[in-house]
Ligand binder design. Structure first.
Ligand SMILES: [Zn+2]
Length: 217
């Protein structure tokens, strides 16, 4: 019999069909210490939903910032800026309590997308000029599993979660997609080209794999 624990699927027990249920129950009971340990480990690694409260940690290009909320007396568009080690949100104090969280969340997302596209565009321009290739346009998308893509018409798309990843990891994804403008496959020639611009690409790829769940926008 075999036990496995998955963050979404939960606990799975695999047993041959002829094993009686009572034996399976006994097996699970015997393993309860191990199960508890695995579950608490998962709870620690599973990111909590953001609450958008003062002092909460938010990632921006690999750096952690404390959320700092400033309340304004006069009605104004909610503004976000990075100041020292804080991500500062200034909003009108007159927002109803139940709408405040959403207002902060939307404003942060807007800030991430507006500044993020600028940073990513600069990086794409840098690497595409080194490779002497041209792209059509850049999009930032909300996708869960793809970090970047390069269309046959040379449109580059990037996952908006990248705005939270460290610069060297963002660079890897950009190098990867820009190299697809030259090589539209994952051949050894392609990876050789990627390695030329990012010798540590394997490490960066692993980082994305490991931290995917942590990057929540
Ligand atoms: Zn690829």
């Amino acid at each position: 019999m075999r036990l496995s624990i998955h963050p979404e699927k939960g606990l799975t027990v695999r047993a041959p069909f002829w094993v009686p249920e009572i034996s399976i129950r006994k097996f699970v009971e015997e393993k309860s210490d191990w199960i508890q340990k695995q579950l608490s480990r998962l709870n620690h690694s599973k990111p909590k939903e953001k609450e958008y409260v003062d002092g909460e940690k938010h990632l921006y290009f690999g750096q952690e910032y404390d959320l700092n909320i400033l309340y304004l007396k006069t009605p104004r568009r909610t503004e976000v800026k990075i100041h020292d080690d804080k991500i500062q949100v200034s909003l009108f104090e007159g927002h109803a309590d139940n709408k405040r969280t959403n207002e902060i969340k939307e404003a942060i997302l807007r800030f991430y997308l507006e500044t993020g596209i600028a940073v990513i565009t600069e990086k794409v321009n840098h690497y595409s000029s080194l490779l002497e290739v041209e792209y059509n346009r850049i999009d930032i998308k909300k996708v869960s599993s793809i970090w970047g893509s390069c269309s046959p018409t040379n449109r580059l798309s990037f996952n908006r979660k990248l705005i939270m990843a460290p610069h060297e990891v963002v660079d890897y994804v950009i190098i990867h997609e820009v190299c697809h403008l030259v090589q539209r496959n994952h051949s050894s020639h392609f990876w050789g080209l990627v390695a030329k611009f990012d010798p540590k690409y394997k490490e960066h790829r692993r980082w994305l794999h490991r931290n995917n769940q942590k990057l929540l926008v």
